[in-house]
Design a protein. Structure first.
Length: 561
């Protein structure tokens, strides 16, 4: 590609972060190259736990059905008494099992090995003509105000081919030890935590798949066998005061150690599908970009033990960056919008690292002769449905008067533990099922939900009103916005008659079950206009067209009254 026609975006690293960002960008129509230095695709479970908020992100991207169909539910943990290793001492759910609600249809964790999740994302990328370039490594780069010049090496067997790529944006999702973070000079703030584990996947015959099978504790010796989505394949974890290096290197030692810790000589083990060793760290960079170069996912954090909580950081963070980078690259937003990527994500990641470090210490201190569930149980908050950006400078929340002085910001509560005053701008956008679509004056031709309406490429303007004048004013303002990036939805109260004023909206529906008004209104009869961003976050809660215009002036570069 010549310097006069630079590649829009180069992504280095084809793990979940890179794949999600690539998918978000190609859905916007942005040309992307995604490279990975490994010759083969990644294998293994790694971060297999998918939290409810991540399921919502996958829903926005359109990949959720494939994720769900290939995975399985999170099974309870079962600890066994020792010696003997067969009599249960404690059986419990690591995460509380909760019934879905109209606003949160995905309430429980789902399990799918990272390698298979990546395969799903690659398959969806391929439908846009985008494919991961394996065996291709970023060696160095330099940037100016307009471009990034990236120097690549493509390896094919013993052959190495050098290539220079001129791109407008470079995103490093190549892990904590990747070249992008180091080349930018971003330092990891934090500390290493003592202790190692060996983990991987191994075939186990004739062992029930209804539980995580657990023996011992981290303080002495521990072995865990967790059933995966594949028959007879279990994720194993070994830790404690044992020779972990030898266990990692030698199959017979690993198998014998699993049998000795569990006191289960009857267990029948087969081949190892994948293995790794792991030392926990608590580190993060101080910012996520420099000029036209960004870091994301593992480049931003070096994860501690709770790897599955980091999937939200990878997935949700890339949706955040994806829609902003797309608008800037396509010329509909100023480059200053990209600064909010760090502004919004940094407090969330900081809180996550503190939370998972606390969990790691609690897990390690849990003793098998005590109530081990106290160290392993995870609270509802870690389903991450409360993760928010309420402090963000590009939000507008007339309901909670965040903008009254132009400078006021709420105290940062990144995990949203305080929900007493209802929905805020910056919160996850709740679902609302039972919306009867109005078609040519008829109600009920089709029933939909907000989660089916939200888009990874558009802001969704929700108008909860039956006031013709207000609907007309909001739709009139919306027509000044780029239609490629904005969808308007009028949600009429239940049993409302069709309103001619609403006919200019992209979607008109009646809230037959009342869930939309319950989730988004402030409990009064006043109309509400809510803007849901392409990452599923409420960008604005306003009263009408004036507030809507003010919000979009912070997003688009050419909004005019």
């Amino acid at each position: 590609m010549s310097a006069t026609q630079p590649l829009p975006v180069l992504i280095t690293g084809a793990g979940p972060s890179g794949l999600v960002l690539a998918l978000s960008l190609v859905q916007h129509g942005i040309q992307v190259r995604i490279i990975d230095r490994d010759q083969q695709f990644h294998i293994g479970q790694r971060g297999a736990g998918i939290q409810p908020r991540t399921l919502e992100a996958y829903n926005i991207l359109g990949v959720l059905p494939d994720i769900v169909s290939r995975g399985r539910d999170l099974r309870p943990m079962r600890f066994y008494k020792l010696p003997g290793g067969v009599e249960p001492s404690k059986t419990f759910d690591m995460m509380p099992i909760e019934e879905p609600t109209p606003s949160t249809p995905y309430m429980n964790s789902w399990m799918l090995g990272q390698a298979k999740a990546e395969q799903v994302l690659r398959e969806h990328l391929a439908t846009y003509g985008c494919h991961v370039e394996r065996g291709t490594e970023l060696c160095s780069f330099e940037q100016d105000t307009e471009h990034v010049v990236a120097h690549l090496i493509k390896r094919d067997g013993d052959e190495e081919i050098a290539e220079t790529v001129v791109c407008r944006w470079l995103v490093g999702t190549d892990g904590a030890k990747g070249i992008v973070r180091k080349h930018l000079g971003l330092t990891f703030l934090g500390e290493a935590i003592a202790g190692k584990i060996v983990f991987g996947e191994i075939v186990v015959k004739d062992l029930t798949r209804d539980y995580w099978h657990c023996w011992g504790d981290f303080g002495s010796q521990m072995a865990i066998l967790r059933p995966t989505e594949d028959d007879e394949i279990y994720n194993f974890i070994v830790s404690g005061n044992i020779d972990l290096e030898k266990i990692y290197e030698d199959y017979d030692t690993l198998v014998q150690t699993l049998k000795e810790i569990s006191d289960r000589q009857d267990l029948i083990f087969g081949e190892i599908k994948f293995k790794s060793n792991y030392s926990p760290n608590v580190r993060m960079v101080e910012k996520f970009s420099e000029g036209r170069v960004f870091v994301a996912g593992g480049c931003c954090t070096f994860p501690v033990h709770e790897k599955h909580y980091h999937e939200l950081i990878r997935i949700d963070g890339q949706l955040n960056l994806g829609w902003k980078l797309a608008l800037v690259e396509l010329g509909f937003a100023s480059q200053s919008l990209l600064s909010t990527y760090t502004e919004e994500r940094l407090p969330v990641i900081s809180h996550m690292l503190k939370e998972t470090t606390t969990l790691l210490h609690a897990t390690r201190s849990a003793k098998v002769d005590g109530d081990v569930s106290q160290g392993w149980t995870r609270s509802h908050d870690l389903k991450m449905l409360g993760v928010n950006y309420r402090w963000s400078s590009i939000l507008l929340d007339e309901r909670h008067l965040q903008q009254t002085s132009g400078k006021e910001k709420p105290l940062i509560d990144a995990y949203g533990t305080n929900t007493s005053d209802g929905l805020h701008a910056g919160d996850r956008a709740p679902d609302a099922p039972g919306l009867a679509v109005v078609e040519t004056g008829n109600v009920g031709a089709e029933t939909t939900s907000l989660f089916r309406i939200f888009s990874s490429t558009r802001h969704t303007v929700l108008i909860f009103s039956s006031d013709s004048d207000q609907i007309t004013a909001v739709l009139g303002l919306a027509k000044k916005l780029p239609p490629r990036f904005v969808r308007t939805v009028v949600v009429l109260p239940r049993d409302s008659a069709p309103l001619p004023a609403a006919s200019g909206a992209d979607v008109v529906c009646t809230d037959q079950d009342g869930h939309g008004h319950t989730g988004y209104s402030d409990g009064t009869e006043k109309a509400t206009v809510a803007v849901v961003r392409p990452d599923g976050v409420v960008g604005a809660l306003v009263a009408g067209a004036t507030g809507l215009e003010a919000y979009f002036k912070n997003v688009f570069s050419n909004v005019k009254a």
